[in-house]
Design a protein around this ligand. Sequence first.
Ligand SMILES: C[S@@+](CC[C@H](N)C(=O)[O-])C[C@H]1O[C@@H](n2cnc3c(N)ncnc32)[C@H](O)[C@@H]1O
Length: 329
Amino acid sequence: MGLCFAKIKKADQGCGAARLICPCLSCYAVRLDKWMTNYIYFGDNLELLRRISDASIPLIYIDPPFNSGKQQSRTQIRTVRDPEGRRKGFMGSSYRTEEIGTKQYADTFDDYEGFIRPRLEEAYRVLAPNGSLYFHIDYREVHYCKIWLDQIFGRDSFINEIIWAYDYGGKPRKKWPAKHDNILYYVKNPDDYVFNVDDIDREPYMAPGLVGPEKAERGKLPTDTWWWSIVGTNSKERNGYPTQKPLGILNRIIRASSNQGDVVLDFFAGSGTTGESCLKLGRKFILMDNNIEAMEVMAKRFAAAVDDIEWENYKPEASVQSGHDFNTE
Ligand SMILES: C[S@@+](CC[C@H](N)C(=O)[O-])C[C@H]1O[C@@H](n2cnc3c(N)ncnc32)[C@H](O)[C@@H]1O
């Protein structure tokens, strides 16, 4: 648990432990401090959002439950050599498949607006004057969410609808297969916001022959349609959490809409993709999730960065068996 700053009138009056987040629900005296650490919170996000100071967060990315009406679930498997196994591999070896666990969370809401609206209102309140919000959702709810966000931010603050397109998995034969997610991008002030166009990763031209070799070599700026593969079952990136998002998508958002040392908030953190991107790109993070399985995945994912993270309501030591290193760019 962090310290209570209710008695500190100015957070910079010599208190080396000052933090952005105050556990005292009535105190908003705490401001963003350069010594702030990364932070992971286990619990309902609305409660913690209410403890973050006004206008303090440069970038928010959220990927809430999509209200798909399903239980989101992913079972992890491994293959083990077994002469009796039914799978055939390299040089005719036989393997069997073992289940090593299932991670899941509920994704059904009777009143999705009643759930998401107060959290979006908090997001607006805590966003810095030149800050940005990226809201990740899918085609079933995006229209409603756009209206709620327009009401909270103002229509002028809507900058883009990014389409993340992929092509993976089964295809129904009675309709166009839905193979995209929607990311709504809003800023607090459309006349003053961070957008580091020169830091954005570039893509190959579709027709490189139509541009000069120099341009072709440099690649082009992405548009609002991002073709990016989902995290494949056999990918090294895969961590077993259902609805894990690709690191490349988060890297692109964080590079474009925040600066080195900025704090990025993700209050539906899941497996912590936002946190991994922040570690790589030199940003700080605040992550929240109310699912113990998300905590377990993050504890492993961030094992190598354990001294740089403060956890609340959860002890990561128990879950950590393995981790991986973060190469900073
Ligand atoms: C779509 S997943 C996020 C996946 C994440 N972007 C990733 O790359 O792994 C949504 C997450 O929101 C969490 N969640 C749902 N309701 C919440 C609440 N009220 N407070 C905190 N977390 C919540 C769920 O447990 C789930 O992990």
